[in-house]
Ligand binder design. Structure first.
Ligand SMILES: *[C@@H]1O[C@H](CO)[C@@H](O)[C@H](O)[C@H]1NC(C)=O
Ligand SMILES: *[C@@H]1O[C@H](CO)[C@@H](O)[C@H](O)[C@H]1NC(C)=O
Ligand SMILES: *[C@@H]1O[C@H](CO)[C@@H](O)[C@H](O)[C@H]1NC(C)=O
Length: 429
């Protein structure tokens, strides 16, 4: 902002400078012209004091020279009035600029900035909107202890983060065992209780225990699902504020490759889908039948299966942080499933009374970042798809998580082709 003000100031100085120059130039031109006229009429006695405006009152000499003197005079007058108008215009502009500069408010500066940035659209097919928002400036003051920890374990300012308490030890063990096996160094467990912190410590798993003196921490001890899910988004915010991109991960996930080798990093949020094929995961036209309408009874609607709030990559941008804030704030107030709220905030456009979020989003490849419905209903029964090597398998569609996770490891890591066979498609009710 200071730079801008300086710039405007310089602009002003330049302007008054050029005004001064044009006044001098005009004066010189006028002087020369008067000289020319006087010399013409009074070749022997041209030292006459006359005002510029009285030139037009000068008497004409004989018919022989009248034509040329008239020409000279009219040219001079035209030139003078031109110059006058120009000067007046410059003066007007200068006053206007002064007025704007005096206002000197943010709005003017914003508009000025917008003007500076303004670009032409360019030819057909060449335009591309901004998709990758700039990242925020890291603010270590929000959590110096976490900043210090992340400095040591993050890779290229990216990290896998999960939240766990002691109820899920066994699942967590499969989670970090596979991460270690794949050789992913940049992951962190946010330990929600002492027992899980000790468990991590004894397994050389990087963990972060939140500061018990921090008010938010007590939320982690409340056995209320909504409060804990709100906490997840509030903890995530700190990572983003510190300038890190987070791959948020549930623990019912088996890692088979390093996910950081398979990200696009072009959007605020890049998420795995609960969809089970291209249509449901990437979006489709769902035709609503409105029988009474006859000719227009088929109404097109747009649908997409939800993003999975248990596995998404989020970049440290303003829209990302706004998303986390919106979701966390709603989860504190409403009794709602965090995934539903996450998707509503991400996808709903603005409408009267509501301002939608402006965040860029990307759906992950459903065969690389695979949910357990895709695995158990499609992939395991398809000769081609079962040969693919996924990056992760998320057991989100099943309740018997532990046994299915072990089977996934058997199938993909140990090569046991029969490992997935005993399971029904879904978990029985
Ligand atoms: C008047 O000006 C014209 C050109 O503008 C020139 O050809 C002509 O010789 C001039 N006449 C006199 C008398 O100076
Ligand atoms: C599904 O989408 C992927 C990625 O766009 C594409 O490569 C593949 O051919 C699609 N499969 C089908 C069956 O449409
Ligand atoms: C597997 O791929 C081959 C070659 O693309 C194709 O002919 C075959 O139909 C596919 N099989 C299945 C089960 O999709």
């Amino acid at each position: 902002m200071i730079g801008l003000r300086e710039r405007e100031g310089r602009l002003m100085k330049n302007n008054s400078h050029s005004l001064l120059i044009s006044i001098i130039v005009t004066t010189v031109i006028i002087g020369v012209l008067i000289g020319c006229i006087l010399l013409f009429y009074f070749p022997n006695d041209f030292f006459v004091s006359q005002s510029i405006t009285s030139i037009r009152l000068l008497p004409f000499a004989g018919p022989k020279t009248q034509e040329n003197s008239t020409e000279c005079e009219s040219k001079t007058v035209a030139l003078l009035s031109d110059k006058n108008a120009e000067l007046k215009k410059q003066l007007r502009e200068l006053t206007e600029r002064l007025r704007i500069a005096e206002q000197g408010k943010d709005q003017t500066e914003k508009e000025f900035l917008a003007l500076v940035k303004q670009e032409k659209a360019g030819p057909f097919g060449t335009v591309k909107a901004l998709r990758t928002n700039p990242i925020v400036a890291p603010d270590e003051s929000v959590n110096p202890r976490l900043a210090n920890l992340l400095e040591k374990i993050a890779v290229k300012r990216e990290i896998i983060v999960t939240l766990a308490n002691s109820n899920v030890k066994e699942i967590l063990e499969i989670w970090f065992t596979n991460i270690k096996r794949v050789g992913i160094p940049n992951y962190l467990v946010v330990a929600l209780d002492d027992e899980i912190a000790k468990f991590c410590e004894s397994n050389q798993v990087p963990f972060y225990k939140r500061d018990p003196d921090n008010g938010i921490d007590t939320v982690g001890k409340i056995p209320n699902g909504e409060a804990v899910s709100s906490l997840k988004f509030r903890i995530l915010r700190e990572f983003l504020q510190l300038g890190y991109s987070v791959l948020l991960s549930d623990i019912d996930i088996v890692y088979l490759q390093n996910p950081f080798d398979h990200l696009y990093r072009d959007s605020d949020v890049e998420s795995m889908s609960d969809g089970h094929n291209n249509m449901t995961a990437y979006g489709y036209n769902d035709v609503f039948n409105d029988p009474g309408m006859g000719w227009s009874s088929g109404v097109f609607t747009r649908r997409i299966f939800v993003y999975n709030a248990g596995f998404f990559y989020i970049r440290p941008t303003i829209p990302s942080i706004e998303l986390l804030d919106r979701v966390a704030a709603r989860l504190l107030k409403e009794k709602a499933w965090d995934q539903v709220v996450f998707n509503e905030e991400l996808f709903h456009p603005s409408y009267p009374g509501y301002d939608g979020l402006h965040a860029a989003k990307r759906t992950m490849d459903i065969y690389l970042f695979m949910n357990s419905r895709v695995l158990f209903k499609t992939v395991r029964n398809n000769a081609n798809l079962s040969k693919l090597k996924p990056v992760i398998i998320h057991l989100n569609y099943h309740r018997d998580k532990l046994t299915r996770m072990k089977a996934v490891v058997e199938y993909y890591v140990n090569g046991n082709q029969d490992a997935l066979k005993p399971f029904p498609d879904g978990t029985p009710r």
